[in-house]
Design a protein. Sequence first.
Length: 213
Amino acid sequence: MFESPPNPERFKELFTGQWQSRGTPLDAYKPYLDQRWQEGCTNAWKLWEELCEQGYTRGYNNSVRDYVSRVLRGKPQPVGPRPPSPRAVTRWILTHPDALTEDDRLQLKAALANCPELTTLVEHVRTFAHMVTHLHGDYLPQWIESARATTDLIGLSRFAHHLERDLDAVTAGLTQPWNSGVVEGHVNRIKMLKRQMYGRAGFELPRERVILA
């Protein structure tokens, strides 16, 4: 007598073992992950860091990342405006305020309201930009002292510390009207010609292109 063909549903039952229903340390934090996902936080690493602040002690790779990729990625995307990307916020900060569009200005204002540290950063960035554009190198020591005091902005304080290593040169660059921009432009042009002519001709033809250009 021939046996009946295997039932696919029976295989599913066999593969659904007790290990699949076991609890994990992440179970207590899953409601929080679901909530943060709906609030717009879709970065698995950021979610893991938030759980660690709440006492979660397990690693990132085999817990939060897997839950986000297997469960949360299949859920509907958060409804509502997404937070601006770090690249966009950086562009708003580095752009002159008068050159920002009205929409960018409003979004930057909202970002600053949600992150007080950004407000301090914007003040220092714009002060430094004012020194560069108006050649006020005499303000540099005061700016460095203020920047190094911002303990909550490690990157800014480190930048100020590195400026002190060559303070005279930086002060001269922010004070004197001369710069090496023209020389750097010629160097880049020569390098471009060198790459274009590499292996195609001897020394004379690149020499003519550099001189006649």
